[in-house]
Design a protein around this ligand. Sequence first.
Ligand code: GRF
Length: 345
Amino acid sequence: MTDGGTAAEFPRRPAEAGAGERLVSEPIVPEAGSFDSATMSRGIPGVPARFSWRGKTYTVAALAGTRKNLRPCRSGSGERYVHKHFYTVETETGEVMTIYRTRSGSKKDSWTLYSIDESRQGATREGSASGPGPAPIRLAVLVSGNGTNLQALIDAAADDRARENVDGRFGIALVIADREGCFALERAQKAGIPTALALPPKGVARPEARMAVSDRVLALAREARADALVLAGFLTILSGPLIDEYANRIVNIHPALLPKFGGKGMWGHHVHEAVLSSGDGESGCTVHLVDSGCDTGTILFQRKVPVLPGDTPDSLAERIHREEHAAIVEGARELARRLAREGDR
Ligand code: GRF
């Protein structure tokens, strides 16, 4: 990389670039007045509809993803500002290019061609294995258990490949577990999806163990070039830089109607026992963004089920589980839609 960037600035480091991704790092010239004014009005610089590089003009046909890289303020306030704003675009002539606008420093407002993904050249538009429309976002899915929610995601991603015009397309780049031997890993392996472990170190206090798991998840997600994370029954509470770097790009599914019956200790049968003891007439599941708290992030949506006379924790869990499988797929699609719309990846 010759643009002065560092490995930490953009997860897709040269050493980690996908096979076939050619790093370029040369200036491009956007065509004046060809920016997307809708996104500019929200403070996002907008993708140029056309730009030239090495004397040739490229027309942007689709936005496949965006990502910001942040830098800490020199004041030491702990705040961070956007230094570069990356866009992966598909051109009308079939190239898949990542370009970025530098938003601060001596190269402020300049545009650069960062890389060309030669392995995907022309592969994400017409005739692609994933059908026409925006390229799928790359998900890392985090698991700890049986993985029925993961299975719902695997099945939906497979169905999407045969369908056209899917709103919120996603693919699973990696499955990460915080324990060995959980059945979710087998499901991933059977589907041909790469897997990895983020195990808590032994003999350390719980906060340090959580931080170590979170840091490992971050490293793996970067390496897999994951655009977003889905927690599908992941039992480690995440913390640290992962939460910042993937802010608004992590969703969790919780088997109750948050904000009730959430927080530490509220997992698995504990949740359903608490609901039954409360006498509530309904329960359900919640898909929410993940922040540094436990089950406290913004709620995206919920699906409700009745609590029936004679319910046990198991019968209630089973009824909710069926709803979860639709909800988690919708959560992943919602991430894909948000990322495409708001330029937050
Ligand atoms: C689900 O109930 C989910 O809500 C909770 O963990 C459970 C995971 O189930 N966070 P599975 O492993 O996906 O079957």
